[in-house]
Design a protein around this ligand. Structure first.
Ligand code: SAH
Ligand code: SF4
Ligand code: F3S
Length: 451
């Protein structure tokens, strides 16, 4: 008999990919995904703990689910992801109606844990061991033959290439919630991408917290290989049209990897390279292990190798001790690099991080003002950057649309809307579009005559 499964995912693409894996795993036991907690047999909240706000959202959703459970006592509620890893059993002190707590490395146990709960062999389940191991069980292999999950963009998929992080940036929970860095064997990754490509997938994004150090922190399949080598192998797989990866740490960005942008034609000229701050003093306290100067050297080298490369970044404003001059240095860096886009955040104290104990915390209103200032400048620059596309012909990979209009993305991930003009496209098809208008967040265009 089929059972309804509702998964709510917070946080980053690693979590999105984990939710897909959970869906695929549970599909083998007859669980069918639904889009509402109402009427579901199992609700899983796949959580994020990166900032305080992210964690608050989780607890407020769990609070709402208490009522759902009162009207449906058979409903099973589980917490997975980074808050589950970080808080473990403590979640139940605040939310006693939670039946199941599963840490980031234990999702493969979910089928058995749910089985025990539904058979009433147990009333509570918890598994939060942090032992990243891509070999036991060889999980991705197990899932490779499972039916593809009904992802909204079936032509575009994520592939996890490593787990964890060894960098211990002073503000960050990830090394604690995802464990030590471990790279997945290259042969497994290649095999998974080959299968996806044979199913018609056109775009692959390789995922890890710091993909630039792929293969450097543990031996991969007995021989040490680097990320550049992995990219070349994956790019050679037939049928793929676009290759992306995320996220990168500037300190591990090597010359061979930068050269990939010049040499691999399906590698999109779009690079997310988080800098966090434009002040060396702040970078040092963040434990980022690079300087503004070395970051700029890499930006210049990337642009030399691939002049059309679009750079995006992450920024934290209001890190403890950030002076007005430090913040101005961050704005200067933005003006110098002219990032196409930024994800920018107010610093937030997190449990078990070193910066939580740093002195000179920045008041909330100062953080808000700095964030606003940063985002206003970035919005202006994003608009200028997008305007550079006006009059150009770009390749758009179609995501959605009907007989009147379509929406898709350029190689540098800009959203493009264009009129169908009697032509029809399926998701994953490529269209040639001439750009007529640019906004901060999207472009408008028309089909080029040579499409
Ligand atoms: N591994 C990636 C990013 C992981 S988290 C990397 O190193 O780039 C995504 C972003 O969240 C980070 O780049 C950082 O900008 C932000 N972030 C992490 N911890 C934070 C905190 N305590 N407060 C505010 N922002 C934070
Ligand atoms: Fe967090 Fe730093 Fe690791 Fe990124 S590199 S996940 S910011 S510790
Ligand atoms: Fe959040 Fe965990 Fe990702 S803390 S950003 S879900 S690794």
């Amino acid at each position: 008999m089929s059972k309804n499964l509702y998964i709510k995912t917070f946080g980053c693409q690693m979590n999105e990919r984990d939710s897909e894996i959970i869906e695929q795993l549970l599909a083998q036991d007859g669980y069918v995904p639904t889009d509402s907690a109402v009427g579901a047999d199992v609700v899983l909240i796949n959580t994020c703990s990166i900032r305080e706000k992210a964690e608050q959202k989780v607890f407020s959703l769990l609070g709402q689910l208490r009522e759902e459970k009162t009207s449906n006592p058979n409903l099973l509620i589980g917490v997975t992801g980074c808050v589950a890893q970080q808080e473990g059993e403590h979640i139940r002190e605040r939310m006693p109606h939670v039946d199941l707590i599963v840490g980031t490395q234990q999702i493969y146990q979910l089928p058995e844990m749910l089985d025990r709960l539904t058979q009433r062999v147990s009333v509570r389940e918890i598994a939060t061991d942090l032992e990243a191991n891509f070999a036991i069980p060889p999980f991705q292999k197990l899932l490779i033959n499972a039916p593809p999950s009904p992802a909204p963009h079936g032509f575009r998929r994520f592939v996890t290439i490593m787990q964890g992080c060894n960098n211990y940036c002073s503000y960050c929970v990830v090394p604690g919630t995802r464990g030590r860095e471990i790279s997945r064997p290259m042969a497994d990754i290649v095999e998974e991408v080959e299968i996806l490509a044979s199913q018609g997938v056109k775009e692959i994004t390789l995922l890890g917290q710091n993909v630039n150090s792929y293969g450097m922190t543990n031996k991969v399949a007995e021989t040490e290989v680097g990320f550049a080598q992995l990219l070349r192998q994956v790019a050679a797989i037939k049928g793929l049209r676009r290759l992306r990866f995320t996220t990168s740490h500037p300190k591990d960005l090597s010359e061979p990897l930068m050269r990939c942008f010049a040499e691999i034609d399906i590698l999109c000229p779009h690079f997310h390279l988080p800098v966090q701050s434009g002040s060396n003093a702040v970078l040092e306290r963040m434990h980022r292990k690079y300087t503004v100067e070395s970051y700029l050297d890499k930006v210049n080298r990337l642009r030399q190798l691939r002049p059309d490369i679009a750079l995006a970044t992450d920024i934290i404003v209001g890190f403890p001790g950030e002076t007005e001059a430090d913040f101005q240095a961050t704005l200067d860096l933005l003006r110098t690099v002219r990032f196409h886009g930024s994800f920018s955040f107010k610093y937030s104290d997190r449990p078990h991080t070193r910066s939580a104990d740093f002195a000179d915390k920045i008041p909330e209103e100062v953080k808000s003002r700095r964030l606003q200032e940063y985002q206003t400048l970035q919005d202006d620059i994003s608009l200028e950057r997008n305007s550079e596309s006006i009059g150009r012909k770009v390749e758009v990979m179609v995501e959605s649309g009907d007989h009147t209009a379509y929406r898709g993305r350029t190689p540098i991930n800009q959203v493009v809307h264009f009129a169908a003009e009697g032509q029809s496209f399926a998701p994953g098809d490529l269209a040639r579009v001439t750009i007529d208008q640019a906004g901060k967040h999207s472009l408008k265009g028309r089909l080029s005559s040579d499409t």
